[in-house]
Design a protein around this ligand. Structure first.
Ligand SMILES: [Zn+2]
Length: 470
């Protein structure tokens, strides 16, 4: 076999491969990724891989094609089947595999699918994904006679995550799996936790009939908030479509955003890791960084993207990292990957041990006024250029105005005496992401006006910032 394969250029992303099924991404692409990635793993001395898939209708077919591709290079492939992405990560550790592949469209609409990959040295992203494209385009595949086998890891996975439950008093908890691929794991793990557990949408259904499986969007948390309030729950927890992102609501039904959640976890983790580095992405509130420092930790701001944060975490030896998006990574007592069921268990544990309700843990953060993460569509071809143009103009402005500080770790994050605003290009969708935060309403208005003015100079209409502040 040496047939070259080229991909639709839009599917090779910064930290995964993703596209629209039957339009930009086909089973033949999954097979070719398997051959190319398998080739790279074999040439690096690897001999085994794990493959899992999410609950999308197209996922089993993509997984089969991936297994074919990987085994054709000589790898032994452990097929772990349907489950959350975190279970695939666990399988790679548990089975000591050299590579892992998850077929998942994450939180994207039902007609999307994608491929997340890792090796034993970390997530596959950036240049490594481009390398897969080059190997496939050259048809430069190794040939072998690998075998595939079904390996059940769900019991071992649930045993492992439940083992870290450290609560004391019993709680009532509502959980919303959003019909995503963590549903079965959620049902089985909550049966083993003390307290009362109310499950919403734990049936895995790739049409996502109840709400979109993305807990960062308030409208996707409506049913969970209602359930928490009506049942007097201590908290509510939601997962995204493939169970690597967590969302939470407090006992009053108030949303606990990703950065607030990370602040709450930080207080817990820094008790056993004093002085540790805790990493958050550029979208996070300044109050999170200040809180980590106040708690005696070392806050580190890094690029958005689960692969990028995971890599930075390994590099710095950090016990905890997280994103606004709800990707939260525990290396404290765990493996350092983003595992929403595990994060759920840790959250229930810490609320259970606290004498205060979850809302009070969140309200330890000073109150600031900030916009949610506002996402607005932009032409894919202009996405990165707009950010570069604004970055260049703001750098020029800061050279004559010392009150403007420019941070270009990821997109543009501008600090002024009013607070900060951020603009960055999404790596996974044709959208720009904006956020602003200030101590005052008038300050927030000035920050939003500065951001909108910059967008207009680049020929874009600013976002509405609808959805209210939090
Ligand atoms: Zn996800």
């Amino acid at each position: 076999m040496s047939d070259a394969h080229s991909f639709n250029p839009t599917v090779l992303r910064e930290y995964d491969i993703r596209g629209i099924v039957g339009k930009t991404l086909h089973e033949a692409d999954a097979r070719a990724v398997g051959r190319a990635f398998g080739t790279i793993v074999v040439r690096g001395g690897g001999s085994s891989a794990c493959v899992g898939y999410d609950g999308r209708f197209s996922s089993p077919g993509f997984a089969d094609a991936m297994v074919e591709g990987l085994t054709s290079t000589g790898l032994t492939v452990n097929k772990i089947g349907l489950g959350p992405t975190s279970m695939l990560y666990f399988a790679c550790k548990h089975l000591n595999a050299d590579a892992g592949v998850m077929i998942t469209g994450s939180h994207n609409p039902p007609d999307y699918n994608g491929i997340k990959m890792q090796t034993s040295s970390g997530p596959v992203y950036g240049e490594q994904i481009l390398e897969i494209g080059r190997v496939a385009a050259a048809g430069d595949f190794v040939s072998g006679d690998g075998k595939a086998q079904d390996v059940a890891v769900e019991d071992a996975y649930i045993d492992r995550i439940v083992a870290d439950y450290d609560g004391t008093r019993e709680l009532t908890v509502a959980w919303d799996a959003g019909n995503g691929s963590a549903g079965n794991v959620l049902r089985r793990m909550t049966e083993r936790l003390p307290g009362r557990h109310i499950l919403l949408y734990d049936d895995i259904d790739g049409s996502f009939p109840n709400h979109h499986p993305d807990p960062t969007i308030p409208e996707n948390l409506v049913q969970l908030r209602k359930t928490v309030v009506e049942n007097g729950c201590d908290l509510g927890i939601a997962f995204d479509g493939d169970g690597d992102r967590i969302g939470a609501v407090d006992e009053a039904g108030g949303i606990v955003w990703g950065d607030q959640l990370l602040a709450i976890y930080s207080a817990d983790v820094l008790k056993t890791h004093p002085g540790a580095t805790i990493i958050a992405d550029v979208k996070a509130s300044q109050t999170l960084y200040d809180e980590i420092a106040r708690l005696g930790g070392v806050p580190l701001m890094w690029k958005t993207g689960h692969s990028l944060l995971k890599a930075k975490m390994a590099e710095t030896g950090s016990p905890l990292a997280g994103e606004m998006s709800g990707h939260i990574f525990f290396a404290d007592r765990y493996y350092g990957f983003d595992d929403a069921p595990y994060c759920g268990i840790r959250l229930v544990g810490l609320v259970s041990r606290s004498s205060e309700p979850l809302s009070a843990l969140r309200d330890r953060l000073p109150s600031v006024i900030n916009t949610p993460e506002v996402r607005f569509q932009v032409d894919e071809t202009r996405k990165f250029a707009v950010v570069d143009e604004i970055l260049a103009r703001m750098k020029a402005a800061s050279s004559t105005n010392p009150e403007i500080q420019v941070n270009d770790i990821d997109g543009v994050r501008i600090q002024t005496p009013d607070g900060w605003w951020l603009l960055r290009a999404s790596n996974t969708q044709d959208v720009l992401v904006a956020r602003a935060e200030s101590q005052s309403d008038t300050g927030l208005e000035r920050l939003k006006a500065q951001l909108v003015g910059q967008l207009e100079q680049s020929g874009l209409e600013g976002p509405s910032f609808a959805g209210g502040a939090h």
